[in-house]
Design a protein around this ligand. Sequence first.
Ligand code: ACK
Length: 996
Amino acid sequence: MASDPGLAAMLLWTISLQAVGTAGTNSNEVNLLDTTTITGDWGWLTYPSHGWDAINEMDEYFSPIHTYQVCNVMSPSQNNWLRTGWIPREGARRIYIEVKFTLRDCNSMPGVLGTCKETFNLYYYESDRAAGSAIRTAVNQFIKIDTWEWDLGGGRRRLQLNTEVRGVGPLNRRGFYLAFQDIGACIALTSVRVYYKRCVGVSRNLAVFTDVVTGADSSSLVEVRGQCVDHAEERDTPKMYCSAEGEWLVPIGRCVCSAGFEEHRDSCVACEVGFYKPVAGDGLCGKCPQHSHSEARAALNCPCDSNYYRATDDPPAAPCSRPPSAPVNVISSVNGTSVNLEWDRPLDTGGRSDLQYSVLCQKCSGEGGSCEDCRSGTAAVRFIPRQTGLTEPWVTVLNLVAHTNYSFRILAMNAVTHVSNEPSLYASVNITTNQAAPSEVLAIRQENTSQNSVTLLWHEPNQPNGVILEYDIKYYEKDNEEQSYSTLKSKNTSARVSGLKPGTKYIFQVRARTSAGCGRFSQNVEIQTGKAAPLRYNTMTILWICMALVSGLVAFLAIIICRKRHCGYSKAFQDSDEEKMHYQNGHGMFDPFLNYYHILVSFPDARFYIDPHTYEDPCQAVHEFAREIEASRIKIEKIIGSGEFGEVCYGRMRLPGKRDIPVALKTLKAGYTEKQKRDFLAEASIMAQFDHPNVIRLEGVVTQSKPVMIITEYMENGSLDSFLRRHDGQFTIIQLVGLLRGIAAGMTYLSDLGYIHRDLAARNILVNSNLVCKVSDFGLSRVLEDDPDAAYTTSGGKIPIRWTAPEAIAYRKFSSSSDVWSYGVVMWEVMSYGERPYWNLTNRDVIKSVEEGYRLPAPMGCPAALHTLMLDCWQKDRNERPRFCQIVTVLDKLIRNPENLKSMDTLCSPPLMERAIPDFSSCNSVDEWLDTIKMGRYKDHFAAGGYHTLGHVIGMNQGDIQRLGVTLMGHQKKIMTSVQLMRAQVLNKSVPSVHV
Ligand code: ACK
């Protein structure tokens, strides 16, 4: 025992401190050596033998205490080594040595000055294996870690237990030794702990990071990759860094729970039954959508319940759905050869919003009832907007064959219809088409072409839509279209057009006509007649020419005589096979030579209209044509006017399976006589025979209960005359021509049926909300009875003088031509916005002035082309008046070429009825003048603009009128035309009394 025995007791005191000084290890520290756990001697090597001593004693609790002590403070030149056993490194790159010791202060020990030291050194030495006990030779290889002094640890106490920690790294060998060198101090090592640090495995962001040993030096970080927990997958590679202190730093990346699993406390747990998770992610398991289920845990999706489906592009979260039920309440409305189908949505949409409809169409033959797809054959049936994939509950089907039964199926479907393999449910409706104009004539070809004639052949239209009564052949010189064209009629599919100029190019067009009207003209066919051969006269030729001329003259005279015997224009020539009408510059006129060539055989007028008075019992007639409607289906809402037989009301009608529609109801007032009832219902019997978009439509009659009613479609804008007055000056010329075109189309239809209206006037035209004009008022006696404008004539009848053709007034010769006269007056009413024809002239004066050749002047602002057409309608000779279908053609041309509507020749129109021009001579002021032209509303504008006298006014131009704030074009024109008239009157000095 080398230690100074007198000092041992002092060291024991230090040992008693050990119990309070021992610190527990952290969880991130792994001990490689811990002397506190060694029972008994530590077994370390000492050198020299009188240096360090192993001391085994008892503490105050009688627990054994092991220490190494040295205290050779009295002897100089001490070099005492204490070496641990070989400590395997166990993968550690950096180790920590925690030493607890006491170190005595030399001053506290008397007599040691000069030899006593207060420091000791710590060394280490790496080796791959235990190096045996040769410590003396090895000390040179030991590497110093540190030197400890007695006061280290901050204390100045004489004796205290120090705890010192030192780190060493990097270590590379499999193990190492530690060694303590004493150079003459009084030291007691009470414990030595050697450990390394690690980051303890954790689970972070659903990734597991296992234990990892810290890096080799105090600042190095060790990058560690995490592994996703069970049922999780990497989003971004999960990583963390392990610091030298054994702490996890900077987590990067993460894992997410796989499909069918959700996160629960750092792990992924399976979705419960009834829940699902379709994709990996942060989301939680969702409850199975409506009409779906999951049978096991961890479901990725929820299959649909039986009879429910998902469309291919439905997301897994979409509820399962079903195909829709059938559409309901299909309503069909047939219009000629087209039908409009409307329906209501299926009651069950299957839980989806992607409802679509398809329409199947079958054409059914009457007899066997066999049906075929209505697209088969040549007819190009069209569906608007389309046949399949309809999103709105309606479709219009065009180009059907007239008078044919069709069956339509409206299929409702959605995106699961195909998935389900169930047949689509449908609603069906059967219809029968009405008559319609024939389709276009196709394939016109020429057969023989000579210098003066061409023979044309063509095919019947694909859709004749009835019996073809005749074909119109229209032709004109190619370079001369606008001036003149000719028409020729043929009963069959060929025609020889003669009287042509040699060597000239002609354009030919053909159209078919049935009782339903004219079809469209075919495409242009251009044909050039042969060139004239130079004449070579010889005696024979001259003889032949003379004979031909003589026989031509004889034939011509015969024709003239023949014509005289017949009774004028149309009827006279309807016995010919080909009828020709020369229409030039809008004036109808016959060319006898052309008639000679072309008018040969006629065919009877197609009169389909049946006069109900030919029935003994008019009630039988009405039921033959019109449907009886139960009064309970009608709801009268308000009175809108009064007719001859009773009130006219607005109401709504609901028929079984159809939507309620607005209707006009003409009632027969109580206390009527049988004759009144007969006359009242006669109108319904007539109206029921008509079916045309420009003729008011009869919905039905109520005769089985009172009040007896006639039900017609409702026309929102009422009668045309008051409608125009309400909208004075507010329409463009094209809009006005559009109104007129509609009326002419309706009249074409009626006249083709042989119906003569006799009271065509703006007050008898009704206008709907789309500004469609429809001819109405079809009573028979009504012309004479219920029209306030009708006046008694000398022949005893009551006639609307201002609208009636002279021959009808004079000897009651009513015809479609007299209707054309009335149409001319309607044109005038329209263009003057409901002005009264002939203003305040008496009926007697009207008759007289018309007889004398005066005609209504162009209304203010009326284009010359329209006034010319009016004048054509007012030709004295009714045969010279255009037919309604020609009027339609002229108006169509004007609509297509609106520049022709620009010219106004108001001041130089042919025979003006001068007395009818407003006479401004009686106007004393601007206000009076404005009142006269019904523009009184602008009095203030004129006054504000400084136009106080008519003298100022006659100098105005259109710009001045605009600047006054007259914005409506119609009003500007009206005022401007009046200014021009006034100026003309003043300049002519024909009205000297005009106050200027
Ligand atoms: O000019 P209005 O408003 O239009 O006044 C008369 C009234 O009834 C007496 O005839 C109106 N009227 C007649 N038939 C119809 C109908 N089908 N639709 C709307 N109004 C009508 C006419």
